[in-house]
Each structure stands twice: as C-alpha cells, then as structure tokens.
Design a protein around this ligand. Structure first.
Ligand code: GDP
Ligand code: MG
Length: 259
C-alpha cells in the first residue's frame, strides 16, 4: 500500500548522518558493572577472564565491521575507531551505534561460556554507547591517550584500595587512606606495605588492551631442504602496550593514516 495516508509519519524521522572525513569513535561502557562484577564474583580489582572476554568481543567487532581501524579497551569499556572514510550505512550515527553495541553485547553472551565455563550468566550484560567524531588523527591519538591515562590512574588506585581491604581495612578506611595521595605515594605504599612492584603487574591491567590488524610472518611449511617457508599475513592482534608515546604509531603508520 504505497503512498498511504499514514506514510507522512516517516517525515518525523531526523537525519543523523555524521560529518564526512571525521574519525568516528564508538565507545561502549558496561551498565551497572559494579553490580554485574559482584554478582559474578569477578576478581578484584582485575579479573583476567572478564577482561579477556571483553577483548575477545572486541576482536569479533574488528573482524565483523571492516571499517573499524582500532579498538582500545579497559575495565568494562571499549572504544572502536572507525576510519574517517567509512561509508557504513551512509555514516548514520544511529546505525553505527546500535549495530555496534548490540553486536558486542551478543558476542559477550555467546562467548561467556568460553571464559567462564563454570559460572552461570546470572544477569543480562548490557552496555551504553556514544559516538564522538574527531576531524584529525591527532585528536584521535589524544582521545586514546586520555583513556590510557585513565586506565593507569584507576588501576593504580584500585590495586592499592583492594590490597588495603584484603589486609583488613574497611572500604571506608581504605578510601580515607588513599585520599589526596599522588601516584608515587601509591607506588611506595604498594612496595613497602605489600611488597608489590607496580611496574611488574600484568601489562593488560596497567595499559589496557589494543586490538588491531597487523602483518605477522608465519611459517606455512618446511621445504625439502628443511628450511621454513614463511608468508606475511594480516592478522588481528591483541596487545597491551603504550599508545601515548610515538613509538607504537610510528611502527603502525597505517592504522590512523588519513586519506
Ligand atoms: N571486580 C572487578 N570489577 C570490575 C572489573 N572490571 C570492571 N569492574 C567493575 O565495573 C565498574 C566499571 O566502572 P563504571 O562503568 O564507572 O561503573 P558502572 O556504572 O557500575 O558500570 C568498576 O568500578 C568495577 O566495579 C574487574 O575486572 N573486576
Ligand atoms: Mg560501566
């Protein structure tokens, strides 16, 4: 029934195309994950399996949506950087946001068993999502630096906080003890009171997780003379490295290359 008297309702829809030539950042964040992690008895402050589940979903995102150039995740959040040239759904914000967050959430549920084979998923995980556009790769790098600095600050605080609580302090006392402390005070506290060298903690906790495509050399076979035959192949990798300095971006110039 084309052109019915009801069709006018479509005119109320709003245009939500994102500006051209901008990098599109989709950030998702677990909703009420403070409770979600308590219900599922996640280890404090970092649960390796919970973080690896998030990373595995982020890998699936990169493999599923061809225009994603880079993912960065920490705690219950993940950012997905879409190339500035992407024409995915004509750059409609609602499509990118809703498809991205629902795909990630489904993956989280599907993959739960792989990471928690002995834990029942008791509550539905769900995520909020937002989109921010940045007109230059330099601002995307600053955005990622902002998230990685946040990861460091939170991880350092949480590591101290839970050590104090595990040593018998109440949560309120631990909070009081940490009020106003600087990074070096917290490092000192970890070292002198708990024998922990912060630098030696797992990189995944300190740096968060990066997901991107990289060229790797793999041995495909051994020839008759016994020499390995190697081939360069593009692979999705998960890495826990510094993305604030220049080194990573110099080593991977294609990720944020502008058209
Ligand atoms: N125990 C534990 N909790 C986590 C972990 N990752 C995230 N969380 C929880 O998730 C919260 C995420 O912060 P935020 O998004 O601000 O809180 P939300 O509104 O409750 O989702 C943290 O404060 C933790 O309570 C983890 O690996 N272990
Ligand atoms: Mg959250």
């Amino acid at each position: 029934m084309a052109n019915s008297k009801y069709e006018y309702v479509k005119k109320f829809e709003v245009e939500d195309k994102l500006p051209p030539c901008n990098w599109v950042i989709l950030r998702i964040d677990g909703c009420h994950f403070h409770r979600f992690s308590a219900v599922h008895d996640f280890e404090k402050p970092n649960d390796v399996n919970a973080l690896m589940l998030m990373n595995s979903c982020a890998v699936a995102m990169l493999e599923h949506f061809p225009d994603i150039a880079f993912d960065y995740g920490v705690s219950d959040e993940y950012s997905f950087i879409w190339k500035e040239t992407s024409q995915f759904y004509q750059r409609r914000a609602s499509k990118i946001l809703s498809l991205g967050v629902s795909f990630f959430t489904s993956m989280y549920v599907i993959k739960w068993r792989d990471f928690f084979p002995h834990k029942e998923l008791k509550e539905p995980p769900y995520f909020d999502a937002r989109i921010v556009c940045y007109p230059r790769a330099k601002i995307v790098r600053d955005y990622l630096s902002w998230r990685q600095v946040d990861c460091h600050i939170n991880n350092q605080y949480n590591t101290c906080f839970w050590k104090l609580v595990q040593s018998g302090k109440s949560e309120k006392e631990a909070q009081e003890l940490l009020k106003g402390t600087l990074a070096k005070d917290k490092n000192e506290m970890l070292f002198t009171q708990f024998g922990i060298n912060y630098d030696k903690l797992p990189a995944m906790f300190k740096k968060g997780s990066c997901v991107y495509k990289d060229h790797v050399e793999e041995t495909v076979k051994i020839d008759e003379a016994g020499n390995p035959v190697k081939r360069r192949r593009q692979m999705v990798v998960v890495d826990h490295i510094d993305i604030i300095g220049n080194k990573f971006w110099k080593d991977h110039p294609n990720i944020l290359k502008e058209d």
